[in-house]
Design a protein around this ligand. Structure first.
Ligand SMILES: [Zn+2]
Length: 91
């Protein structure tokens, strides 16, 4: 093997290695960027709307969709009629 061929072969190998490394690093950076950069305002498990708490059983319900009862000027939200009845009976 001549020196020119050896250098050429080395050059090609280095080039391939750099390309592979670049692709690897790029992929890792893209993955890390997607994880850290695209940060949503609220976490996935966290509801975007403000939740109301069922005063009877403590379940969080969506105001407006849940059952409600007004007592003393404040509106309470309930997960079920059972909880609402319990609250009403308690007074
Ligand atoms: Zn309840």
């Amino acid at each position: 093997m001549t020196l020119v061929l050896r250098v050429l072969l080395l050059f090609v190998l280095v080039l391939l290695a750099l390309r592979a490394a670049g692709r690897f690093i790029g992929g890792v950076a893209a993955g890390a960027g997607a994880g850290a950069g695209a940060r949503p305002r609220s976490r996935p498990g966290e509801p975007p709307v403000k939740m109301a708490r069922d005063p009877v059983c403590g379940t969080f319900v969506v105001p407006g969709k849940a059952l409600s009862a007004t007592s003393g000027g404040t509106t309470e939200w309930f997960c079920s009629e059972t909880c609402r009845d319990t609250f009403a009976r308690r007074g």
